[in-house]
Design a protein around this ligand. Structure first.
Ligand SMILES: Nc1ncnc2c1ncn2[C@@H]1O[C@H](COP(=O)(O)OP(=O)(O)OP(=O)(O)O)[C@@H](O)[C@H]1O
Length: 226
């Protein structure tokens, strides 16, 4: 296991404001995700886990603190540059919502690479490689709206991995899956860690996901505790 941190974040504050109500979702949260390491994050509902994933993934700008990915602070980059770093370095799997139901499986996987302006032959070979390694070869031309939950989850992982990200962030990745399908998805994460050296973060309430991780963290009241 390497000890270099793919992602380091500290001093993270997020305050949600809705009319008169203020919720401090992160209050100085700090986390480091080492390369080639699977980290599990657990904690009570409302403790700030999903908020932390959104901040680490560059989807939500914190009001304080910084997120450093591959040595670069992405928090204060202009939006277009932050979006580019997100496409190239961060893979996110957020409960099935990052798929386009009308596009087929292959086009869903190709989309982030097309948006990043990669050459067509590179896209074709990367899509083929991901379809094969995730057991989706015979599904390439099927609209994702017609897939089972487990298949859709594998496509979501393929989309997240398309650009060979430094970090893979997964929020309740096995939430709706039966035990056997969930095990298959977790096996894929272990392979991504071992073969690609990616830093993996899974957020879960499920102890059988946490069991598979190398590091186990918990959140409480907007901070990460060991
Ligand atoms: N968009 C939002 N607007 C206002 N408050 C929010 C918003 N998103 C989250 N919150 C609040 O911020 C706090 C942290 O929420 P978050 O979703 O990060 O927790 P969580 O640990 O992921 O919870 P769960 O395990 O239930 O998914 C909660 O009190 C929640 O109600």
């Amino acid at each position: 296991m390497s000890t270099a941190a793919a992602v380091e974040a500290d001093g993270l504050y997020v305050i949600y404001r809705e009319r008169d109500l203020e919720t401090v979702a992160l209050r100085g949260a700090e986390i480091a995700l080492p390369e080639g390491t699977w980290t599990s994050l657990m904690g009570p509902s409302g403790s700030g886990k999903s908020t932390l994933v959104h901040v680490l993934g560059g989807l939500l700008e914190p009001s304080g603190g910084r997120v450093v990915i591959d040595g670069e602070d992405i928090t204060r980059l202009p939006p277009a540059e932050r979006a580019q770093r997100r496409r190239r370095r961060i893979g996110m799997v957020l409960q099935r919502d990052n798929l386009h139901p009308l596009l087929d499986v292959g086009d869903n996987i190709a989309l982030p690479l097309r948006l990043d302006g990669r050459p067509a032959p590179h896209i074709r070979s990367r899509v083929r490689e991901l379809l094969d390694s995730l057991g989706l070869s015979d599904r390439a031309r099927q609209p994702v709206g017609q897939l089972s939950g487990g298949e859709a989850q594998r496509v979501a992982i393929a989309v997240a991995l398309a650009a060979r990200p430094t970090v893979l962030l997964a929020d309740e990745i096995t939430g709706e899956l039966d035990a056997r399908t969930a095990t298959g998805v977790l096996d894929i994460l272990a392979r991504v860690r071992d073969d690609e050296g990616a830093a993996i973060l899974t957020v879960t309430h499920n102890p059988s996901v946490t069991e598979r991780a190398d590091l186990r963290l918990r959140m409480r009241d907007g901070i990460v505790i060991e």
